[in-house]
Design a protein around this ligand. Structure first.
Ligand SMILES: Cc1ncc(COP(=O)(O)O)c(C=O)c1O
Length: 455
C-alpha cells in the first residue's frame, strides 16, 4: 500500500534501527554518572550531539533534546521570550506556524504578552517586508517555520533571519518539515526539529539555542530529565543518512510532485492545487476538491490503498477549518495532503492518478440542478462543510445572471469556502451579513454569505 504521509511521520530508517538496537545495549546507563556504563552512555550521547549539531549547523553544546518537536517549540518559544524579557513582551510569528508555536503564543498572551501574527499570500508564503514591518523595539522573539507542514511552501527564512538580526530580534526557526532536506541557512538564533520526521525515533525533539541567545528554560529549575541516549543516537544516524540521500531523493520526488500538480486539475473537475509550485518541499502536494467531505475522501483513498492525510480539519466531525488554509484564503473542502517518502515510484503516482477521480466521484454528492422556482436563499443552517457549498452549487444554475444568491450557514468553514468557491467559479463574492436579515429565527453565530452570479 503506497504510504503517502511522509510529512506526518516515517518508519525508522534501517541504519537508525541498527544503531538503536546496539545503543539499547551500549547506552542504557545514566550518561551523567562517572562509572564505566555511564561514561559509555555519555560517549554515545556526545557523538549523537556532535552529528546532530554538524547536520543542523550548530555547535555541540547548543543542542538539547526534548520529548517531541511540539515540546521543543513550546520551550523554545517560551524560554526565548522569558530570557529576553528585558527587551520587551512582544512576539511575532507567521500565521501558518505549527499549532505548537501558536499554542505557546496563546500562553504568552494569557500571561500578559503581546503577539503579532504576520499573514501570508495565497501560496502560503510570508512576505519579508511584512515580517520586518511587524518587528518593534520591544519585540523579544520572532518565529518563522522553514517550510509549511500542510502545503509544503518554503519560507524565506535566510532573508527574515537577516532582517531580525539587524533589528536585534532573535529568530526561532521551526525546521521540523525541512530538516531532512538540508540545514537552515542564515543568522537564526533558535531552531527546533523532530526526529520522527526524518526516519529517527518518535518522541525525540531537538532544540538548538545558539550561543549568545538570551534563553531561560520555562521548566522548573531547568529540568530536562534523563536523556534517551539510544533514541538520540538513532536520530543522529538517521539524520546523517537522509542528508546523504537528500539530493538524489529531491531529484526523484520533485518531478513526481510536479506531475501531480500538473495533471490533477485536468483529471478531477473543481480541484485546486495549493501552495507554491516552485519554492516548496520536494515531496509535498496539497489539493482541495469542491463538494467533497475531506474525511470521506481520505477513507475512500484508504480503501483504494493509499495512505494520505488532510491538513484541513473541515469534516463532519470537526468544525474548525485549518488555520493554514484560512490564512492563505484557500478552499478548505475536500483537502488532501500527499507527502511522498523516498522510494516512491512513477508507477505509484500512475496508480494514484488513476484512483483519485474514482475516489472523488464516490464521495461527491450528486449535483442536480434545483427547480427554477427555488428561492435565492440557500438555507444551510445546521449543516456542516461541505454541504453549504453543495447546496450553493445546486441552486446556482437557477439564479439569473446579475442576481445575488444568499447562503445561510453557521459553519465557520463557509466563511472561507464561499469566497474560495466564487474565485474558482469566477463569480463575485459580495460579502457577509447577519443571517437574521434573511431568516428571523437564525441562531446566533449564523451568517449570510452573498454571491452575485456573473456568468
Ligand atoms: C512544522 C512542524 N512543527 C512541529 C511539529 C511537531 O512535531 P512532533 O510531532 O514531534 O511533536 C510538526 C509535526 O507535525 C510539524 O510539522
Amino acid at each position: 500500500m503506497p504510504y503517502f504521509d511522509a510529512a506526518t511521520t516515517l518508519p525508522l530508517h534501517p541504519l537508525a534501527r541498527q544503531a538503536l538496537l546496539s545503543a539499547l545495549d551500549e547506552g542504557w546507563a545514566d550518561p551523567t554518572r562517572l562509572y564505566r556504563d555511564g561514561r559509555r552512555a555519555r560517549m554515545l550521547l556526545d557523538a549523537a550531539r556532535e552529528t546532530l549539531a554538524a547536520e543542523l549547523g550548530a555547535r555541540t553544546d547548543e543542542v538539547s533534546f526534548t520529548a517531541s518537536g511540539t515540546l521543543a517549540n513550546h520551550v523554545g518559544v517560551l524560554g526565548a521570550l522569558s530570557g529576553n524579557h528585558r527587551k520587551g513582551r512582544h512576539f511575532v510569528h507567521s500565521a501558518v506556524e505549527h499549532s505548537s508555536v501558536l499554542h505557546a503564543a496563546e500562553q504568552f498572551e494569557r500571561d500578559g504578552g503581546e503577539v503579532t501574527s504576520v499573514g501570508v499570500d495565497a501560496l502560503g508564503r510570508v512576505g519579508t517586508g511584512e515580517f520586518a514591518a511587524a518587528l518593534r523595539p520591544d519585540t523579544a522573539l520572532a518565529a518563522l517555520q522553514s517550510a509549511n507542514h500542510e502545503v509544503g511552501t518554503v519560507q524565506p527564512v535566510a532573508e527574515v533571519a537577516e532582517l531580525c538580526a539587524e533589528a536585534g530580534v532573535p529568530l526561532l526557526v521551526d525546521a521540523a518539515q525541512s530538516a531532512a532536506w538540508g540545514p537552515v541557512p542564515g543568522r537564526w538564533s533558535l531552531l527546533t526539529a523532530s526526529a520522527h520526521k526524518w526516519g529517527g525515533p518518535v518522541g525525540l525533539g531537538v532544540l538548538v539555542v545558539r550561543k549568545g541567545t538570551r534563553y531561560r528554560s520555562p521548566l522548573p529549575a531547568d529540568d530536562r530529565g534523563f536523556v534517551d541516549v539510544p533514541s538520540a543516537i538513532a536520530a543522529a544516524v538517521a539524520l546523517r543518512a537522509v542528508r546523504q540521500e537528500a539530493a538524489s531523493a529531491d531529484a526523484a520526488l520533485r518531478p513526481l510532485v510536479a506531475r501531480l500538480r500538473a495533471e490533477l486539475p485536468g483529471l478531477v473537475p473543481d480541484l485546486a492545487v495549493l501552495g507554491d509550485a516552485e519554492r516548496r518541499l520536494p515531496h509535498v502536494l496539497t489539493f482541495s476538491c469542491l463538494y467533497v467531505d475531506g474525511e470521506a475522501l481520505l477513507h475512500e483513498l484508504d480503501r483504494a490503498g493509499f495512505a494520505v492525510s488532510s491538513g484541513s480539519s473541515c469534516s463532519s466531525s470537526t468544525l474548525t477549518p485549518s488555520h493554514v488554509l484560512a490564512a492563505m484564503g484557500a478552499l478548505t473542502e475536500g483537502n488532501v495532503r500527499v507527502s511522498l517518502p523516498t522510494g516512491t515510484t512513477a508507477a505509484d503516482i500512475d496508480a494514484f492518478l488513476a484512483a483519485l477521480p474514482r475516489a472523488v466521484a464516490g464521495t461527491r454528492a450528486h449535483l442536480e440542478p434545483a427547480p427554477a422556482s427555488a428561492p435565492l436563499v440557500v438555507d444551510s443552517i445546521g449543516k456542516r462543510c461541505p454541504v453549504p457549498i453543495i447546496e450553493l452549487a445546486k441552486r446556482f444554475p437557477t439564479v439569473p445572471v446579475g442576481a445575488t444568491v444568499v447562503v445561510l450557514s453557521d459553519d465557520e468553514a463557509a466563511r472561507l469556502d464561499v469566497p474560495a468557491w466564487c474565485e474558482m467559479r469566477t463569480q463575485r463574492y459580495v460579502g457577509e451579513a447577519d443571517a437574521t436579515d434573511y431568516r428571523a429565527d437564525a441562531p446566533s453565530g449564523a451568517r449570510a454569505y452573498l454571491v452575485e452570479r456573473l456568468s
